[in-house]
Design a protein around this ligand. Structure first.
Ligand code: PBG
Length: 327
């Protein structure tokens, strides 16, 4: 009963029929665009390893936000470059810190743009780790209080969603409790639930000045060969009160996105990280790949794997291409 009765090619004959039977579609409405904010005025400094990505100051950030809104991108995630670093990353929870200033500026001018803040210490600590360091160890429990203070400070500034990216145990519960007690029970938490100790974060660490000064992040971020453990991490974060769970990076972990999608009934986000972006950009600049087709194929794959939300540096380009009808 197979060929010649069945001919799958019948449904590929022209673009109209291909569109009709297409199983996965990309929408700008599912994109989150990462933004790097630094102190100062009039700043728009290119990040060398990520062509098209810049450091903005709170004023130029508004011009970028206007472009995002025009493109129909509903959300941004903010990363800060502080004025100073210390052992406990205190600018991270300073109400006058760079993220707090940026959130206030964005919410004042673009109340409908969803502002997500990355909650972490590594950009703010002198040692570059995502937690309190003592005797060369990254301490878990003393870090929780700091993370809760950061999240609360972001909430007070007007953040719409907080996104802890540190991978300390128990941080979602600590943040949830602090938010609830301070009158923010409605504020969602998007947890970086399955975040791997990946080499694909290289360009980001350059962009955010957040590379660890000693050692690496393997005692808190996940070991790349593990998949069952990712499900356990996600389950724990959901139990602690996470509203959205994230898998990161995306491309080398599409199987994890799929498994999380199948196992849980919450929204799943995937972070198409800096190294994944840089590889595409580098090859495109060399003329070795067709950037538009490659990017749309990659983002479609992340969606097809099961992600509802895609955090990507390609968001502006992709939104433009979608508007132009390239998919
Ligand atoms: C902070 C953080 C990192 C990224 C997002 N939040 C870096 C890291 O864990 O070292 C990486 C994002 C990217 O590579 O695009 N903890």
């Amino acid at each position: 009963m197979a060929f010649p009765t069945h001919r799958p090619r019948r449904l590929r004959e022209n673009e109209a029929i291909r569109r009709l039977v297409r199983e996965t579609s990309l929408q700008a409405g599912n994109f989150v665009y990462p933004l790097f904010v630094a102190h100062g005025r009039g700043l728009k400094r290119p990040v060398e390893s990520m062509p098209g990505v810049h450091h903005f100051s709170p004023d130029t950030l508004l011009e970028e936000a206007a472009e995002l809104v025009d493109l129909g991108i509903p959300a941004v995630i903010l990363f800060g470059l502080p004025a100073y670093k210390d052992e406990v990353g205190s600018e991270a929870y300073d109400d006058e810190g760079i993220i707090q200033q940026a959130v206030r500026a964005l919410k004042e001018h673009f109340p409908n743009l969803l502002v997500i803040t990355d909650v972490c210490l590594c950009e703010y600590t002198s040692h570059g780790h995502c937690g309190v360091v003592e005797g060369g160890r990254i301490l878990n429990d003393p870090t929780l209080d700091l993370l809760a203070r950061i999240a609360l400070s972001h909430a007070r500034a007007g953040a719409d969603v907080v996104a802890p990216s540190d991978m300390m145990d128990g941080r979602v519960a600590a943040i949830r409790q602090a938010l609830d007690e301070a009158g923010f029970p409605h504020l969602p938490i998007m947890s970086y639930a399955a975040k791997y100790a990946s080499a694909f974060y290289g360009p980001f660490r350059e962009a955010a000045g957040s590379a660890p000064r000693f050692g690496d992040r393997r005692s808190y971020q996940m070991d790349p060969p593990n998949a069952r453990e990712a499900l356990r991490e996600v389950a724990l974060d959901l139990e602690e009160g996470a509203d959205i769970v994230m898998v990161k990076p995306a491309l080398a972990y599409l199987d994890i996105i799929r498994r999380v999608r199948e196992e849980f009934h919450c929204p799943v986000a995937a972070y198409n990280v800096s190294g994944e972006y840089a590889m595409v950009k580098a090859a495109a600049l060399k003329g070795w790949i067709e950037e538009r087709r490659v990017v749309l194929e990659i983002l479609t794959a992340i969606k097809r794997a099961g992600a509802d939300i895609i955090i990507t540096y390609h968001a502006k380009d992709a939104a433009r291409w979608l508007k132009e009808g390239w998919i």
